[in-house]
Design a protein around this ligand. Structure first.
Ligand code: GUN
Length: 284
């Protein structure tokens, strides 16, 4: 089978260009789009993510405000900053980069963000809106996976979809989004008995486990669509790889995302779109 390699970088660039135009139109009507990015501590990976998000804002015409707080910041101090950003008329989106230092409860922080400014889609209100099929802000990575599937022309209605991973950020919202498109959805995870036989049922596989190259051809039904959310760094080489053994699985599937260059670039593109959506909703 000739598998199609899904070009996430190209699709993400397309979305960012669409958002750039939408942001420009909003600006012409007198509304500037602003994202506040909060980073606590000096985790090097988080610093890279935050830098990339701010850079994406620049190229999309979104104003980014940067708040860098020391690692020993108290929860009260962070909650006070969020309260201030919630009340600011000019701030449309608030993003607090995770993980947070141990003295800060992430759940308290997520719940403190005004749901209409919650561009990560982590607030229980937005999670509940997604679960009840109502419009709201959706977690960026699963939203990006849906865009990839949509723009690749993957049919979901009536199909078997298996999501591997049950995190609040990816697995659970991913399952809700697939369900909304009328797929028959299974959430598998590290405790699933005979994982390979469960995943082999899938017409669409979304792997979000965080285990390098765990998904080998014996997990894949011939002709399945395989979406790899994993970003793992191989210690010996420093190279990135996904949860899927790409080279081995490629000949068996209809379409597959590479790592890097698959889902990764979509996350930031969808964050930009969420910022635009938040601004445009608040303006109404
Ligand atoms: N840390 C890892 N992924 C994310 C994300 O999508 N949003 C935030 N805020 N922090 C993260």
């Amino acid at each position: 089978m000739d598998a199609k390699i899904i070009d996430g970088k190209a699709i993400a660039a397309q979305i960012r260009e669409e958002v750039r135009r939408d942001v420009e139109l909003l600006k012409m009507r007198g509304k500037n789009v602003t994202l506040a990015v909060v980073l606590v501590g000096d985790d090097p990976a988080s610093a890279v993510y935050v830098r990339n998000k701010k850079r994406a804002c620049e190229t999309t015409g979104i104003t980014s405000l940067s708040y860098e707080l020391p690692a020993d910041t108290t929860e009260d101090k962070l909650l006070a900053l969020i309260g201030k950003l919630n009340r600011r008329e000019d701030v449309d989106g608030i993003l607090v980069q995770m993980p947070l230092p141990p003295q800060i409860d992430e759940h308290h922080v997520i719940c403190a963000i005004d749901p209409v400014k919650d561009v990560d889609g982590f607030h229980p209100t937005n999670v509940g809106l997604l679960a009840t099929g109502k419009p709201g802000l959706v977690s960026c990575t699963p939203a990006g996976v849906m865009e990839l599937l949509k723009r690749t022309g993957v049919e979901l209605s009536g199909k078997e979809a298996v999501v591997i991973g049950r995190s609040n950020i990816v697995g659970k919202p991913m399952a809700q989004l697939l369900l909304r498109e009328n797929a028959t959805v299974t959430i598998a995870h590290s405790r699933t008995a005979d994982l390979a036989s469960v995943v082999r049922r899938a017409d669409v596989v979304v792997a979000a486990v965080g285990r390098p190259r765990m998904i080998t051809p014996d997990y894949i039904k011939e002709g399945a669509v395989v979406i790899d959310v994993g970003i793992n760094r191989i210690a010996e080489t420093g190279k990135l790889c996904g949860d899927v053994d790409f080279d081995a699985v490629l000949p068996h599937c209809r379409a597959i995302t590479p790592v890097p260059g698959g889902v990764g670039p979509m996350t930031i593109a969808m964050l930009m779109r969420n910022c635009y959506e938040a601004a445009s909703q608040r303006r109404k």
